[in-house]
Design a protein around this ligand. Structure first.
Ligand SMILES: Nc1ncnc2c1ncn2[C@@H]1O[C@H](COP(=O)(O)OP(=O)(O)OP(=O)(O)O)[C@@H](O)[C@H]1O
Ligand SMILES: [Mg+2]
Length: 383
């Protein structure tokens, strides 16, 4: 090879590797970044070269309780390879983090040794972005966990439903038979009926969460459904209180501004309109609650064209308090709630997840504590 040729060949080879490659010298200064490393770290080669690697490639442990580790420093000190490098990457100056999503990486860090002296003259980092893989894996695990919980919930709910109906019917009949003087007994029976009805609402939520049948499938125009929901708001006296049905009426929307951007090219979906409406109401009720009377609520729809089938995406974004990091894995679980006792059953999102899954769609969210939350519902269009 002519002078310079082997270097060009090496660079071309390193750039064709699908992973990000970063090399550093024995003083932990960056000596090389391939194309993937430039886009992953958000540092240009110009700015990164000769800089301490801990400025260019900084990873935090996934678990915030663990200490931050410097893999390059560890390799230089121990002279051994780290094969299980993983963590959350802190993006550099031009890094992709407009949406504030975390970038999860996995990889390895190995010492570069001098051929003759065996001395460690640098470190090579090989890393890849596993964010999407991780999201998919987590979604699958969540779906499996919820399906298992759903099977159990359905069994329990069916068992409880019959005796509950008995309690409500017979207590009501006894109450009707009492003479007007039996005030105390009547009060006690009314409490029995009320409590049983509360249980019955929870059971009905559990049954909807675990439901495996859609009852009334029609062609649904999602834009029209949303407009319809919002229109009820304008019809409501004073035009202040949110829409729509009981759940939301309790929410204090005070000065919240509501904006809709509805894609006119949206196609119809085959769905049970009442169930889809319930999903929107649950998510809007949560958003209203998180907004606590101030901020913005955006409802957007868009058509996603795919190779196999097109999807309708509905995005509901609020600028409310956001979901705490430690709760993100739990929000779809039945009975998970951060509301005070008696104010929420924690079934809204699990029922919504069940309904969307039943329609062959998916529901995901992005949230930044203190800044807001976006829920995304994707439903397949009619064939
Ligand atoms: N938009 C949001 N902003 C902030 N937190 C949210 C949002 N949506 C959901 N959450 C969190 O997820 C939890 C579970 O929501 P879910 O709708 O399942 O139950 P809930 O609202 O607590 O009770 P219920 O819907 O039964 O009245 C909420 O308690 C809240 O902590
Ligand atoms: Mg809710």
């Amino acid at each position: 090879m002519r002078p310079g040729e082997s270097e060009a060949w090496l660079s071309a080879m390193l750039n064709s590797i699908c992973d990000a490659v970063i090399t550093v010298d024995a003083s932990a200064l960056v000596t090389y970044l391939n194309h993937h490393a430039i886009s992953l770290t958000g540092w240009s080669a110009e700015d990164a070269l000769r800089r301490p690697v801990r400025e260019v490639f900084q990873i935090l442990p996934e678990d915030s309780d663990k200490e931050v580790q410097d893999p390059v420093d560890m390799v230089l000190r121990n002279r051994t390879t780290i094969t299980s490098l993983s963590g959350v990457l802190i993006p550099g100056p031009t890094g992709r983090q407009q949406d504030n999503a975390r970038i999860y990486i996995e990889g390895s860090a190995a010492p570069i040794k001098d051929k003759i002296t065996e001395e460690v003259v640098g470190v090579i980092l090989l890393v890849r972005d596993v964010t999407q893989e991780r999201q998919k894996r987590q979604q699958m695990m969540l779906a499996e966990r919820l399906a298992a919980l759903g099977r159990m919930a359905a069994g329990v709910a069916h068992e409880i439903n019959t005796p509950l109906t008995g309690i409500i019917i017979f207590a009501s009949m006894m109450s009707d038979r009492l003479s007007p003087e039996d005030v105390e007994d009547k009060e006690s029976l009314d409490i029995i009926v009320e409590s049983a009805e509360r249980c019955s609402r929870v059971v009905s939520g559990l049954l909807r969460f675990s439901s495996t049948i859609t009852s009334n499938i029609t062609n649904v125009d999602v834009n029209a459904l949303i407009l319809d929901l919002l229109e009820q708001r304008h019809k409501s006296p004073g035009n202040i209180i949110l829409p729509m049905k009981k759940v939301i009426r309790q929410a204090n929307l005070g000065n919240v501004s509501i904006a809709t951007i509805l894609d006119p090219s949206l196609r119809h979906i085959k769905a049970d309109a009442t169930q889809i409406e319930e999903v929107f109401i649950n998510i809007l009720a949560n958003a209203a609650e998180a907004l606590n009377g101030k901020g913005e609520l955006h409802i957007k729809t868009r058509l996603i064209t795919g190779e196999q089938h097109d999807l309708v995406e509905i995005e509901i974004t609020d600028t409310g308090r956001g979901i705490e990091e430690r709760h993100m894995n739990l929000v779809f679980e039945p009975f998970f709630t951060t509301k005070p006792v008696g104010l929420g059953t924690g079934l809204g999102l699990s029922v919504s997840h069940g309904i969307v899954r039943l329609h062959g769609g998916e529901i995901t969210f992005k949230s930044e504590p203190g800044r807001g939350t976006s829920f995304f519902i994707r439903l397949p269009c009619q064939a």
